[in-house]
Design a protein around this ligand. Structure first.
Ligand SMILES: Nc1ncnc2c1ncn2[C@@H]1O[C@H](COP(=O)(O)OP(=O)(O)OP(=O)(O)O)[C@@H](O)[C@H]1O
Length: 614
């Protein structure tokens, strides 16, 4: 795994020391799989670090740009080919995983088969990596890391063992190949896709780098980023090179085109090498070209990198924002942004927009939705009563409840008021005799002079926020200590006011309604509800305490409350709405996820499975 990589072809990973010469890997089990000629050959390599690397590299061992990204001399079946019908050809020692005779792909170092997780009924990837028992034993630290890593943008590691000179590990299966293959397929992905992919890669990196000590991937490149086509999910794979950063790292490992200059130097490096590599990925995404394609071998690349010469393809980047971002990623280690700072870069930030989903005949009761453009997994749907609510109040409440990040307060308020003005204008046009003052929203974008930014005089707002939360597979989305992410709730449709199409994904995730018997302890009920809407344990405790202080100890007590009682409890309108919904057996739909670190609150209520979505 980690220190076994080295390049023979462009795009292959590099590591030192490189003593191995002409190692032949013969794929085992050939009789089983009718595949007798899977010969993996590492041609003679002689790599070292720093200047040595430059002087000792031979161009013939590092041919330019390889379409030969698999270092496979020959094999009798191409990747993804299904041999006759799928049959089980091997089982894991604990019998949970069953390897099938379908090869998903082959890399320089491993063959990846399709397998079945018998316990869960999922398809998984069975990775075979030739190594010695001693090397496998040395991997214990890496394996420990891999088992700890759990994030929707990082390929899940399930299990591993050693058998017949092979380190076998089972991971999540990705359906649609690598980012590099995708880039080739799309020829040039559009900026929207680039942004979406970038955000997902960065979420994975933020997660890895936020460990203490940080986990450094060390081989970020488009070949190691995998796609699930159906939902456009992007996940970082090949975690084999990741290591905890225990102080600075010295091992030279990676893929030359993606290796930061400090990786070649002896003073060590840190997690910023992943940012450099991400910059190169971004460059590949926006130009469709492999960085340093002008170089014929790793030595030439090293020379350019050490002289501070950027890849030729950078000259093709026209968008000034993305150029600025790539330049920052490729800058000196101390100037390079962190993954979080990149996420906040103008190229990747998402501007929310509010759209009108539905209005009643009187145009009084509206369903609005905050959509984060370009981030199709982020939207917040809420109810708005034009006679009782104000944009300011509703937005404040959503910020207070952590539904929306505070930085969007003004923008979203402005957007809601824009819609209200549009409606007002439209109804005035429809009915010129209608009294203008009936429309209680401001006419110039700012706050209305007769509206206060906080609670209006007519008491609390009538629960404007729709809190139901759904997922395509009926699970609760796992949240991570990263940016708030919100699930899509609408399919592409037209905004009834502007007529503009909005592009957001077409699925809803649903938490089935549950009937609670009267005797259910209030703690349990409140906790379930908090989990369902991605609130943390502290929030659940806060609600429970408020309820208990009013002698509400069971779900039966809660059911007995009158509307007036509810207002005495001291819960927010938001909390009341969601508790009432759950109490009446309504499906909970929480269109948002808040950042949270408390693992107890992130547990799924539907079988313990985490939803790998954003
Ligand atoms: N989790 C997965 N799901 C589906 N296919 C996979 C998965 N992991 C790997 N593959 C397939 O197997 C191929 C080889 O995997 P991978 O590139 O990780 O091997 P490798 O030997 O580590 O390669 P390299 O070191 O050259 O990048 C991939 O290109 C991909 O087609």
């Amino acid at each position: 795994m980690a220190d076994h990589h080295h390049p023979e072809n462009n795009g292959s990973p590099l590591s030192t020391p490189f003593e191995e010469e002409h190692i032949q890997y013969q794929n085992g089990n050939s009789a089983d799989i009718n595949n007798t000629d899977l010969v993996y050959q590492r041609v003679n390599t002689d790599f070292s670090v720093g200047a040595d690397l430059y002087t000792r590299m031979h161009s013939d061992v590092y041919p330019h740009h390889a379409d030969t990204q698999y270092n496979v001399n020959s094999y009798s079946q191409p990747p993804n080919e299904i041999v006759d019908r799928e049959v089980v050809i091997e089982e894991s020692p604990n019998l949970r995983y069953a390897k099938l005779n379908t090869i998903l792909g082959k890399g320089a170092y491993k063959v990846v088969y399709k397998a079945i997780d018998r316990e869960e009924g999922y398809e998984v990837a069975w990775n075979c990596f030739q190594t010695t028992r001693a090397e496998f034993n040395d991997l214990s630290q890496e394996i420990k890391i891999l088992k700890q890593v759990r994030h929707p943008n990082i390929i899940n590691f399930h299990d591993c063992w050693y058998k017949d000179a092979e380190f076998i590990f089972v991971t999540e299966l990705m359906t649609s190949g690598t980012l590099r293959e995708y880039i080739r397929k799309l020829s040039l992905p559009n900026m929207k896709i680039v942004k979406r992919w970038s955000r997902q890669i960065l979420k994975g990196l933020i997660y890895l780098h936020s460990h203490n000590p940080p986990i450094i991937h060390r081989d970020i490149k488009c070949d190691n980023i995998f796609i699930n086509g159906a939902h456009g999910e992007v996940k970082i794979g090949d975690m084999g090179t990741a290591k905890m950063k225990l102080g600075k790292k010295y091992t030279v490992i990676g893929t030359p085109e993606f290796m930061a200059p400090e990786m070649y130097e002896e003073k060590g490096y840190n997690e910023k090498v992943d940012i450099y590599a991400f910059g190169m990925c971004l460059l590949e995404m926006v130009t469709g070209e492999y960085p340093y394609g002008e170089c014929k071998n790793a030595a030439q690349i090293y020379k350019k990198v050490s002289q501070g010469t950027k890849p030729e393809s950078l000259k093709k980047v026209q968008d000034s924002e993305v150029l600025d971002l790539i330049n920052n990623c490729l800058a000196a280690e101390n100037e390079r942004f962190t993954a979080q700072q990149i996420m906040d870069h103008p190229f990747l930030t998402v501007e929310p927009e509010v759209v009108l989903i539905k209005a009643d005949d009187n145009k009084t009761q509206l369903t609005l939705q905050v959509v984060f453009k370009g981030m199709d997994k982020l939207s917040v749907k809420f109810e708005f009563n034009v006679e009782r609510d104000t944009a300011e109040e509703v937005v404040n409440e959503m910020i207070e409840e952590q539904v929306l990040p505070e930085k969007y307060q003004q923008l979203i308020t402005h957007e809601i008021n824009r819609i209200l003005r549009d409606i007002s204008k439209q109804s005035n046009e429809d009915d010129p005799n209608k009294e203008e003052h009936k429309t209680p929203w401001p006419s110039h974008g700012g706050m209305s002079p007769h509206l206060t930014p906080h609670k209006s005089s007519h008491g609390p707002s009538p629960s404007p926020i729709n809190l139901e939360r759904d997922s395509p597979n009926g699970t609760i989305t796992q949240s991570y200590p990263v940016q708030p992410t919100i699930m899509p709730t609408e399919s592409p449709r037209k905004n009834s006011i502007s007529g503009q199409p909005h592009d957001w994904s077409d699925y809803e995730d649903t938490i089935p309604a549950k009937e609670y018997p009267d005797k259910t302890p209030i703690n349990q009920f409140v906790c379930d509800v908090a989990i369902a809407i991605n609130r943390d344990v502290d929030k659940a405790n806060d609600w429970s305490e408020k309820l208990k202080s009013q002698d509400v100890m069971t779900v039966g007590d809660l059911r007995a409350l009158t509307n007036e009682d509810w207002t005495q409890i001291g819960l927010t309108v938001f909390a009341i709405r969601v508790l009432k919904n759950a109490l009446h057996g309504k499906t909970l739909r929480s269109p948002y996820i808040i950042p949270r670190t408390n693992s107890a609150a992130s547990t799924s209520t539907s079988g313990g499975e985490e939803n790998p979505q954003e």
